[in-house]
Ligand binder design. Sequence first.
Ligand code: FES
Length: 304
Amino acid sequence: MARLLARLVAMNDGWAAPLGEFNQRWAQALFRAVGPFKDLLHGTWLGHPLHAATTDLPIGLLLGSVILDLLAQPTAADIVLVASIATMILAAMSGLADYAETAGLARTRATLHSVLMTVTLLLVIVSAVMRAAGPADRTIPIALSIIAFVLVSAGAFVGGDVVYVLGNMVSRHAFRGPGTKWIHLDTGELSDLSDLPEGTPTKVRAGINDLVLVRSGTTIHAMHAVCAHAGGPMDKGKVVDGCLECPWHASRFDLRDGRLRRGPSVYDQPTYEIRSAEGGGYEARRRDPLGDEVPAAGDARAAS
Ligand code: FES
């Protein structure tokens, strides 16, 4: 069964890939004009993808409307159907914001997902318009709602693949535990962190992790070099307003504590404490991601 469904989904990649490329161009142009509104739709303010939090509503409401239709409760069914349309539009807007920053196979599958959801939305709108005319026979609008529910379920299945199989909008640090150990920092040729060029992201290594260091005066900030949003190389980013900006989609993370200041990421970036090691060199340890205090960053003079 799983293989059959996977093949059915993959069969659509041929047309969905170029359509996804085209859609992304106009979606990005659209959102460029409404920058902060886009962050609202991503869920940057919520620390959680808004699309994931809004998609259950229209599916549940549409199912409720179908059940009420089958129980011969036309007024209640119509009210719930209108509510499903309203929440479907909210889910579509939040999904479009995420789609604008999605690449590769995830974008291709998200295109199939969005086409299924758009057809669903059109069907329920037609169903609602027909109901509003007060027909004596409600067979067609009810049938349209049932077909729409089948389509929205298929769309939800594909959307689930985009997140759970392809990892889109999943934090790139989801499986990284809170650090408790100090780990040797491999700084390469650099023996003294106070020699780091001011405000220039510099990649170093701590165990299996790449970190990026930024010196601000006598303070050394350290964060993970892989962007939480989609894995962008933070060491290739730039420092803007006390934040490190990712080069791929321009998410900004506060240098002091990794807190998200601008999307499309909805996740904070792991930050690290730096200290001098007893036998020479430096050590790093991940900060508590749930710590409330803005931590004191490593001091280049104290650490050297
Ligand atoms: S990878 Fe998207 S903002 Fe960094």
